[in-house]
Design a protein around this ligand. Structure first.
Ligand SMILES: Cc1cc2nc3c(=O)[nH]c(=O)nc-3n(C[C@H](O)[C@H](O)[C@H](O)COP(=O)(O)OP(=O)(O)OC[C@H]3O[C@@H](n4cnc5c(N)ncnc54)[C@H](O)[C@@H]3O)c2cc1C
Length: 410
């Protein structure tokens, strides 16, 4: 006999667990399915930015976040060709700090909250398609586990299968970035309570990208590099080569001189920028990476995944209260996302597309060393706390753009 629920959620990453948690707390019966057994790893930088911290706190995990074994950061350190500066973290409801926690732990903690709220979790269940009734309405999902096929019935399905999931492929956005990371022990750099971001020439030469070193609280550091697919396709190197070359750049090479790798380097794709995905259909919502919710500049996706799940859960509740699973009702979820993020994502994407140009960016980085307001706006547009439009309005940024236009024209 088929298993039934008010809501089936596919994927138990941050987006799926958040959807399941908030929906179960609103009184819905929820089935949360993942093809993997938990705890499971997810290739990531492990950085929990201030707004992710706020979302995680809203799921009742404030005490868990403060565990002394978790890496915590109170600022950002930006390293570029010409500039080097630090800036404190913009405050969140949890305080002016962020965390660096291995995803294997974060995702297990979020899933546990969803289960505690009443969601039923089934691991090792690979969802193969969204099931529909004879009249075309969503009726649940078809899945495979242990060579068996099964059906999970619900009038509403939330797809939270990440960048790597193939479900409702046709609804997903195509714009992408790729990134590679590896854990190291004994990294010797300064300011371990800062997230270190490296805007290197090589990663920005033909598009936008950056490298990072994020310190965990257990003696390890998460070291990575990522760039847009466009930038990668124009580069003469593969992602693996770019990552290896990043490890050899100063000061990274010096910080890694006595470091030992802890496990292999791993790569994964990112769906960024919000545009291009069709996140709502009859009986259907897409959340997190499945809905292309990664911030176009920072590559941060955990907080946005959790927040989109919270919003989708509110519309799942409303759909059940009104017995209306139409795309019209659920489009409120899409509108809510746009109200919240459209400007920031649009301006961020515009920046990444129009200005992946160190001739424009380096003068801005250099000016940020001495201009506190510019530095703050720069970091806030990276964390998503401010839209890039705010940055573009700054006189020094404006001047840098005008100079570059004049240079190109002349
Ligand atoms: C190298 C790298 C570094 C990053 N660094 C950061 C960072 O520092 N901070 C940050 O905030 N974000 C970062 N991101 C982005 C972040 O990892 C994602 O935005 C985040 O994982 C999105 O969560 P999600 O729940 O949407 O998807 P996921 O975490 O990918 O979860 C999707 C789940 O769906 C399951 N699934 C897939 N298909 C099926 C199926 N057919 N049936 C059942 N289950 C299925 C998977 O097993 C998985 O558990 C980084 C990404 C990369 C690649």
């Amino acid at each position: 006999m088929a298993d039934r629920a008010d809501l089936v959620v596919v994927g138990a990453g941050p987006a799926g667990s958040s959807t399941a948690y908030h929906a179960a707390r609103s009184g819905l019966s929820v089935l949360l399915l993942d093809r993997q057994e938990f705890p499971r790893d997810k290739t990531c930088g492990d950085g929990l930015m201030p707004h992710a911290v706020s979302e995680i706190s809203l799921m009742g995990l404030s005490d868990w976040l403060s565990d002394p074994r978790h890496g915590r950061f109170r600022g950002f350190a930006l390293h570029t060709q010409t500039a080097d500066f630090k800036e404190p973290v913009p405050p969140s409801i949890h305080g002016p700090r962020g965390y660096v926690v291995p995803r294997i732990e974060t995702d297990a903690a979020l899933l546990e909250r969803a289960r505690k709220a009443g969601a039923r979790f089934r691991g090792g269940v690979h969802v193969t398609e969204v099931a529909r009734s004879a009249d075309g309405r969503v009726a649940g999902v078809e899945a495979e586990s242990n060579d068996d096929t099964s059906r999970f019935e619900a009038p509403l399905v939330v797809v939270a299968d990440g960048s790597g999931g193939g479900l409702v492929h046709e609804r997903k956005a195509h714009q992408n970035a790729v990134a590679r990371r590896q854990y190291f022990r004994n990294v010797s750099g300064p300011d371990k309570d800062h997230l270190h971001i490296f805007a290197t020439k090589e990663l920005n030469e033909r598009g936008a990208g950056y490298g990072w070193i994020f310190y965990l609280g257990d003696g390890r550091a998460n070291v990575g590099a990522g760039l847009t697919n466009e930038a990668l396709s124009r580069s003469s190197y593969t992602l693996q080569q770019l990552f290896d070359r990043f490890l050899k750049k100063q000061p990274v090479a010096e910080w890694l001189a006595d470091a030992k790798p802890d496990g292999p380097a791993r790569s994964w794709s990112l769906k960024m920028g919000m545009w291009g995905a069709r996140r709502v259909g009859q009986g259907l919502m897409l959340v997190g990476d499945a809905g292309s919710m990664i911030h176009p500049i920072s590559g941060e996706g955990v907080g946005y995944a959790i927040q989109s799940g919270r919003l989708a859960a509110a519309f799942a509740h409303e759909a059940h209260a009104k017995s209306d699973f139409s795309a019209r009702l659920l489009s409120g979820y899409e509108k809510g996302l746009r109200r919240e993020w459209a400007l920031r994502y649009f301006s961020g994407r515009a920046l990444v597309k129009a200005l992946p140009n160190l001739a424009v960016l380096e003068p801005i980085f250099k000016a940020s060393e001495v201009d506190r307001e510019l530095r703050r706006t720069l970091i806030e547009s990276f964390t998503g706390d401010a839209s890039v439009f705010k940055l573009l309005k700054h006189p020094k940024v404006f001047a840098s753009l005008v100079r570059e236009r004049a240079r190109k024209a002349g």
